[in-house]
Design a protein around this ligand. Structure first.
Ligand code: G4P
Length: 534
């Protein structure tokens, strides 16, 4: 098969949601449809119910390095679908953001009772940064949820994206009758716990046919007629280009746990969702069909068993063909590396592969060569963009509790932050270390891992910072002046960029006024903006 054909076969996506909306359940149903698993309950729930490090560690230990849950490949209608897993816990949101850099589209699950929740909004913001195409699945229609029109309005308003329903629920909660497929004009009648994989749809030639009344009762049939009239009047036909540009999201209604309405969505997904897309580097955009291989690391999974301190770096292939035992160029280290046992993942099994293609995710055994964002090529010196660090929410200073073990601490914190567990900022004077995270859980995880894997003891001293701001300016003198005046709040990130730790919003606004020559960025992404503008 040619490279072009391989690319056309692939769709790489992630399912995202606020915790508890039904991401794990939907994942499982998709895998069932794809034949990748045979029974329900086979997908390990990666949810951390209690926010204690020990629980997290236990889950990680069980998962071990069986990263099968990180990438789940399955075949469906002659396509190869790569589903990338994202963590269920909000403290690991940063991990999810990074995974989103490696996909070409997403399915967003929304709980019909709760509507758009906090995490839904934040995840969508990240999708919009890259104009990632989104399909929305409104889940739990078997529960007494909100009015579907009201939900659509809320989706448009809070997620700042246009929506277009492609299926429509007939009632909801205990009177939920099923969904009407607005595109194929078919009716799927609800029954709990559907296990059938084949389509189970009654074709409805015309909505005014009496058969409809017979099937769902006149009251619901009339309501459906009225709703469909309204939908066709209010919403334009779905514009595929607008979907691919991330401007409009098709919406489906269903119940994942009952396996209901899922197939409608999956069939549309395979029809609409993009095949591997081009990606931006510091030099140029890379098209997937370029013959020369390129790829980047978006996730590093450590084996937390101290006896096997290996890690797996997840590489998204962007162009060309990845080959086993072939030397590739690690651009940051300026070094050639080859991989004897690269693995891909089909549902729960891991397979060593000889070749992989754009859209695929390959797991590379790593002994410390990789950091998140690293690029591999066939020799060209370039760096993939768009794997930003976001400003953390919580900041603490790392204090060494055992001076005899400073080296171990140094190495440990470096490796853990390379993995992306947290962000490390160094304050030059005295090389003090400030660790920034999205949630409290990471601090416990870091402390636990430093002790168990590196034999180093530490504690964290809370620091009252509001945001980390990456600072840039065309006026070198002004930048220096700012850095001098604010020396106590200036740190550098892992790549040596200048970062201002703003103590409060008020003080940040003040500095913005005092130093109009400076730019304050909430993500490290600003380089892309500079590059693409230039
Ligand atoms: P998450 O990964 O997004 O966090 O959500 P998950 O799939 O774990 O689902 C959260 C809860 O919602 C689960 O119940 C799940 O069974 C339930 N759920 C998922 N889809 C539907 C649906 O369509 N209708 C209804 N009524 N419930 C749904 P749980 O009690 O938290 O866990 P479990 O013991 O059932 O696994």
């Amino acid at each position: 098969m040619s490279l072009k054909q391989e690319i056309q076969k692939r769709k790489t996506f992630a399912i995202i949601s606020h915790p508890d909306a039904g991401k794990t359940t939907l994942t499982e149903k998709l895998l069932l449809f794809g034949g990748a698993i045979q029974t329900a309950g086979a997908v390990k729930n990666n949810k951390i119910r209690k926010t204690a490090a020990s629980d997290f560690m236990e889950i990680e230990r069980q998962r071990g390095i069986s990263v099968a849950t990180s990438v789940m490949g399955f075949e469906y209608q002659d396509l190869l679908i790569n589903l990338l897993d994202t963590p269920g816990h909000k403290d690991f949101a940063e991990d999810t953001y990074r995974t989103l850099t490696a996909v070409d589209s997403v399915i967003l699950v929304v709980d019909s009772v709760k509507g758009v929740e906090e995490q839904t909004e934040r995840l969508m913001e990240v999708c919009r940064m890259r104009d990632t195409p989104v399909i929305i699945f409104v889940n739990k229609m078997d529960l007494e949820g909100r009015d579907p029109f009201e939900l659509l309005d809320e989706l448009e308003e809070k997620l700042d994206i246009k929506v277009r329903p492609l299926s429509w629920p007939i009632s909801g909660g205990h009177t939920f009758k099923g969904v009407y497929n607005l595109f194929e004009k078919g009716l799927n009648l609800f029954s709990a716990n559907k296990t059938k994989i084949e389509r189970d749809v009654v074709k409805v030639e015309a909505l005014d046919a009496v058969e409809l009344d017979e099937m769902i009762g006149t009251e619901y049939a009339d309501q459906l007629r009225e709703d469909v009239d309204l939908i066709e009047g209010v919403y334009d036909v779905l514009d595929k280009e607008a979907y691919l540009a991330g401007k409009i999201a098709p919406v489906f209604f269903g119940s994942a746990v009952n396996n209901f309405g899922v197939q409608e969505m999956l069939d549309t997904f395979v029809r609409l969702a993009p095949t591997p897309l081009p990606r931006l580097t510091n030099l140029r955009s890379i098209a997937p069909n370029e013959e020369r291989f390129t790829g980047f690391v978006f996730k590093i999974h450590a084996n937390i068993d101290p006896k096997h301190r290996d890690r797996i770096a997840f590489l998204r292939i962007c162009s060309g063909t990845f080959e086993r035992n072939k030397f590739f160029y690690h651009t940051r280290l300026d070094k050639k590396l080859k991989f004897a046992n690269p693995a891909t993942f089909m549902a729960r099994s891991k397979n060593v592969i000889d070749t992989a293609y754009p859209g695929d995710v390959v797991g590379l055994y790593d002994t410390g060569n990789f950091k998140i964002g690293d690029t591999l090529t066939e020799g060209e010196d370039l760096q993939f963009q768009g794997i930003p660090s976001f400003s953390p929410e919580i900041f603490k200073e790392l204090i060494n509790k055992d001076p005899m073990k400073s080296k171990q601490l140094e190495k440990g914190i470096q490796q853990l932050t390379d993995e992306g567990v947290a962000q490390l900022f160094i304050r030059e004077a005295g090389s003090r270390k400030i660790v920034g995270t999205v949630g409290e859980l990471q601090f416990e995880v870091i402390q636990y891992r430093l002790e168990h894997e590196y034999g180093a003891k530490c504690e964290f001293q809370p620091k009252n910072y509001y945001k980390a701001c990456w600072i840039t300016s065309d006026h070198a003198q002004k930048l220096d002046e700012f850095k001098r005046i604010k020396a106590t709040d200036i740190v550098t990130d892992k790549d040596g960029n200048d970062v201002f730790l703003a103590p409060s919003k008020f003080l940040l606004d003040m500095e913005r006024q005092n130093f109009p020559e400076l730019e304050f960025h909430f993500t490290s992404e600003f380089k892309t903006a500079v590059d693409s503008a230039g």
